[in-house]
Design a protein around this ligand. Structure first.
Ligand code: NAD
Length: 372
């Protein structure tokens, strides 16, 4: 297959992960279509040019509209703040490009639906950056559940905590503004937990929730006064899955000490499995079998037996990292575009995750149980 030209918009936290992933994916995986780092966009142009040189892109621009219509670009990667995703994705889809977009898809369910509809109608491939479900530890947990290792699933409890908004003295940023960020902790963090709950238990049927904004105002960085924090710092929901299992989901961006505590445990009729993203190369498995005095948790360290770990490293327990998840994600997308297995979550799948975070916000505001 011919090479696929990459057009990347944004060079921040996620922009770098996409650039690293497309730069390394052929060397790591081998059997994927070859990405060509074609065009990089950021503003101002000097920044775009400097980062293009650093990341290894051929050209740079400060005009994303010219990037999405560039004839040398086949895949548009969108790693800009949330409020820009919709406009950029719709323009890329209209130009017939495949789109790899960071989560959340957009600010509202209606906007995300519009994006999913446009992609389906145009027949282009899409992928959304729910990278944690690409972890070999996660896919191994799915395999264990599918083979019946813990019996029938009855209960899922998960939470995702960070402390990047815990300090009351931090300055106000766009992340606190609904028209720029959309939801707060739910849109930033909670949606990742939902993607994992879906992968472990399945779709959520209904929920009842609560949420709070702990720090209601923050000082402006220029010292000109205070601005309102419009979205939530914490949220919690009691959920009922479509298969009858029950669960709870909780998130905070103001949880001192927690750096990326995306963690869950799933209980079955024969055992349980625990995962914690701060120890992302491990699973804890408990099985109710054997003599009672030998029962206990098994720590499973990921290794070459858990694909595609072996593509990175031939030895168990040597550990993958966050950026490696993006390489796995990029490989899935390139294979899909090249005619291989469909990559997930596409825009339609991501819309289902994001319905849940908006349902949590809606239930918290109304006080009523919400059916998804
Ligand atoms: N998948 C994950 O685990 C994960 C983690 C962090 C962030 N994210 C998501 O990634 C997105 C970006 O977050 P981030 O932390 O990388 O932000 P960031 O602020 O580090 O980077 C954003 C980049 O977009 C650029 N940009 C802004 N407006 C632009 C425009 N008009 N044209 C071109 N470039 C423009 C900025 O200059 C910056 O380089 C968000 O949607 C966020 O939710 C996902």
């Amino acid at each position: 297959m011919r090479e696929l030209g990459i057009g990347l918009i944004g060079t921040g936290f996620m922009g770098k992960t996409h650039a690293l992933a497309f730069g390394a994916v052929r060397a790591v995986m081998g059997n994927v279509p070859t990405p060509r780092l074609e065009l990089l966009c950021d503003t101002p142009l000097e920044k775009a040019s400097q980062m293009a040189e650093q990341f290894g892109f051929t050209r740079a621009t400060d005009d994303w509209e010219s990037l999405v219509t560039d004839p040398q670009v086949d895949i548009v990667s969108i790693t800009t703040p949330n409020h820009l995703h919709r406009e950029m994705a719709l323009a890329a889809i209209a130009a017939g490009k495949h789109v790899y977009c960071e989560k959340p898809l957009s600010l509202t369910v209606d906007q995300a639906q519009e994006m999913a509809d446009a992609a389906a109608k145009a027949g282009v491939k899409t992928l959304v950056g729910y990278n944690y479900i690409k972890n070999p530890a996660f896919t191994h947990a799915q395999a264990l559940i599918a083979e019946g290792a813990i019996g029938d699933i009855v209960h899922f409890r998960g939470w995702v905590d960070e402390d990047y908004q815990a300090d009351p003295d931090l300055a106000w940023t766009w992340r606190a503004k609904i028209s720029d960020a959309g939801l707060g902790a739910l849109g930033d963090l909670g949606c990742h937990l939902v993607s994992m709950a879906y992968g472990i238990v399945g779709p959520i049927d209904s929920l009842i929730a609560d949420m709070q904004t702990i720090h209601k105002t923050r000082h402006l960085a220029d010292g000109s006064g205070l601005a309102e924090v419009e979205n939530e710092d914490t949220a919690s929901a009691l959920v009922r899955f479509k298969n009858g299992a029950q669960g709870s989901l909780s998130t905070s961006r103001s949880a001192w000490g927690r750096k990326n505590r995306l963690t869950w445990e799933v209980h079955g009729t024969k055992g349980m499995i625990c995962f914690d993203q701060e120890r992302m190369n491990e699973l804890q498995l408990y099985r109710n079998e054997g003599p009672v005095d030998t029962q206990g948790f098994t720590t499973i360290l990921t290794g070459p037996a858990h694909e595609p770990y072996g593509a990175f490293c031939p030895a168990q327990g040597h550990q993958l990292g966050f950026n490696d998840l993006k390489i796995i994600e990029a490989a899935a997308f390139l294979r899909d575009i090249g005619g291989g297995t469909a990559a997930h979550p596409n825009f339609t799948d991501a819309l289902e995750f994001e319905r849940v975070i908006h349902a949590i916000a809606s239930s918290a505001q109304s006080g009523a149980r919400v059916t998804i």
